[in-house]
Write a protein that binds this ligand. Structure first.
Ligand code: FAD
Length: 472
């Protein structure tokens, strides 16, 4: 850590402008870390830029589960709107990336976890140790990391990227020259304007569950030099959290996530179901965001309350009594010996309790009679209606951890324009790119790390040859 430097603490940040770097990497999350380490280990000179005082982005807040789809078929089943060519290379590269991480000596679980987010496979690893190892390796190989320095603009000479404009914490601007630039700024979840542009007015109701620095800088800088965006710009990853909440700080992000919601019935303010709950919490989270007022209640029975709502959702994520954590954080919660009595208080919360009771009755009847729809909403074969008293009701709201749509790239990490042609010298990775996840979610850390390697190796090669061709 001692090698991190704030640009403003350099005697003259402008001295950097006299230098030409092979590659400038923007962002120190998992994707920027993989890109910077890949560049540095290739022998190229890397300048690494981080807006915040502390490096690591959302990756440093994460649970460290390094996972993605087990194969392309499972990927397409779960994410039919995903980009198959990106997914194919992601899945192919996963074993090599995992082996590279193991070779650093950081702690990685010996056995994989299957069924992550219903379909994925992955390993729990010490993500903070990995980020530290990347920083030490970059600086040991002659790279320089500047913190509290914000990239504001990609500089081009009309044919290719030639550098990047940076701003110190004091507001001083300076330009650095580079053969290539890698965008790894973590998505646009922190920017209300980008969110409402792509997701509509309810995006204002999304609670931010992310590092604070990812506000769409990568997307805007790429757009300004002609980059195209992907499909899925209105889709995002996050988890339901209790409502209301007195506070919502990074330390709350994991214990307040309602990972068990696929075992509940989710109702909106009108007291009606609107999606198949068994799809998983990250899907319910997006669906609730589209409901009026983005407010909902989870209805579940005592078996769920004392089992799924208390168990460790994935190995290493820790067992938490999520209902105790929710009520302790200020959420509205009700429990009673009948579903009707448990739902009665929600009238005072602004929900239609009579309609909610009817929805629950109809839902139970649909399951008992083997109907696949209740009130026009799908009922999965594996759906579990609340059966065991007492019954429980918890108010919930949606969050956003990162955006799933983003900058369009090819499977070498090259940023593409609207005609599908690469923008010479510009590369992107991680949550800044779109295409791999689209409504369905294929993981954050592993896709970030692996696309960071693509962008880093292509950028280093581009800087060495001065050409966007032959990047793979
Ligand atoms: C609580 C939580 C738990 C999670 N758990 C998991 C998990 O177990 N498994 C999993 O797969 N995923 C998980 N994720 C998601 C995962 O953390 C993200 O998908 C991943 O960190 C994205 O990596 P990234 O490098 O693209 O962005 P980030 O890690 O967010 O890093 C982006 C960085 O760019 C910096 N930046 C932004 N703008 C600029 C600029 N203009 N100039 C310079 N720097 C800039 C930001 O300050 C930030 O440091 C979790 C996320 C959270 C919040």
């Amino acid at each position: 850590m001692s090698n991190d430097i704030a640009a403003s603490t350099l005697l003259a940040p402008t001295m950097l402008t006299e230098d030409t770097w092979d590659v400038v990497v923007l962002g120190t999350g998992v994707s920027g870390s993989a890109a910077a380490v890949t560049v540095a280990r290739s022998g190229a000179r890397v300048l690494w830029i981080e807006k915040s005082a502390e490096p690591g982005g959302s990756a440093a807040l994460s649970a460290g589960l390094f996972w993605t789809a087990p194969n392309v078929r499972a990927y397409l089943d779960r994410i039919p709107l995903g980009n198959q060519s990106l997914a194919e290379r992601l899945i192919t590269d996963y074993p090599e990336a995992l082996a590279e991480i193991r070779s650093t000596g950081i702690t990685v679980a010996d056995t994989p976890k299957h069924g992550v987010m219903t379909f994925g496979i992955g390993y729990k690893l010490d993500i903070r140790a990995l980020l530290t190892w990347c920083r030490e390796t970059v600086t040991a190989n002659g790279g320089m990391l500047l913190t509290q320095t914000t990239a504001t603009e990609i500089i081009t000479d009309d044919e290719r990227v030639t550098g990047v404009r940076l701003r110190t914490a004091e507001g001083e601007y300076f330009d650095v020259h580079a053969g290539a630039v890698v965008l790894a700024t973590g998505g646009f979840q922190g920017d209300p304007e980008e969110l409402s542009r792509h997701m509509g007015p309810n995006s204002d109701r999304l609670k931010l569950r992310s590092n604070a620095g990812s506000v769409g800088d990568g997307l805007r800088m790429a757009r300004a030099v002609g980059a195209a965006a992907t499909k899925g710009m209105s889709t995002f990853y996050g988890h339901l959290v209790p409502a209301p909440l007195r506070n919502f700080e990074p330390a709350d992000y994991l214990p307040l996530a309602q990972f068990y919601s696929s075992h509940t019935v989710l109702l909106n303010g009108a007291g009606v179901r609107f999606c198949d709950e068994t799809q998983g919490d990250e899907i319910l989270n997006q669906e609730l965001a589209r409901q009026p007022g983005a407010r909902g209640v989870l209805v579940f029975d005592d078996a769920v309350r004392w089992n799924a709502a208390r168990e460790e959702p994935e190995p290493g994520l820790g067992a938490v009594d999520r209902i105790a954590a929710a009520t302790g954080a200020g959420a509205r919660y009700s429990t009673a010996n009948t579903v009707e009595a448990a739902l009665a208080p929600i009238e005072a919360w602004g929900f239609d309790s009579a309609r909610a009771s009817r929805t629950l009755m109809d839902y139970r009847r649909a399951i008992e009679t083997g109907r696949r729809f209740a009130d026009g909403v799908p009922v999965a074969e594996s759906a579990s209606p609340p059966m065991t008293a007492p019954f429980h009701v918890l108010e919930v709201q949606p969050t956003i951890t990162f955006t799933l749509g983003g900058i369009r790239i090819d499977a070498s990490g090259r940023v593409l324009d609207h005609d599908g042609a690469p923008i010479a010298g510009l590369f992107a990775a991680g949550a800044d790119i779109g295409g791999i996840s689209n409504y369905g979610y294929a993981g954050g850390l592993a896709p970030g790390y692996i696309t960071g390697r693509w962008a880093g190796s292509s950028a280093a090669r581009h800087a060495a040859t001065g050409t966007a061709a032959g990047n793979r």
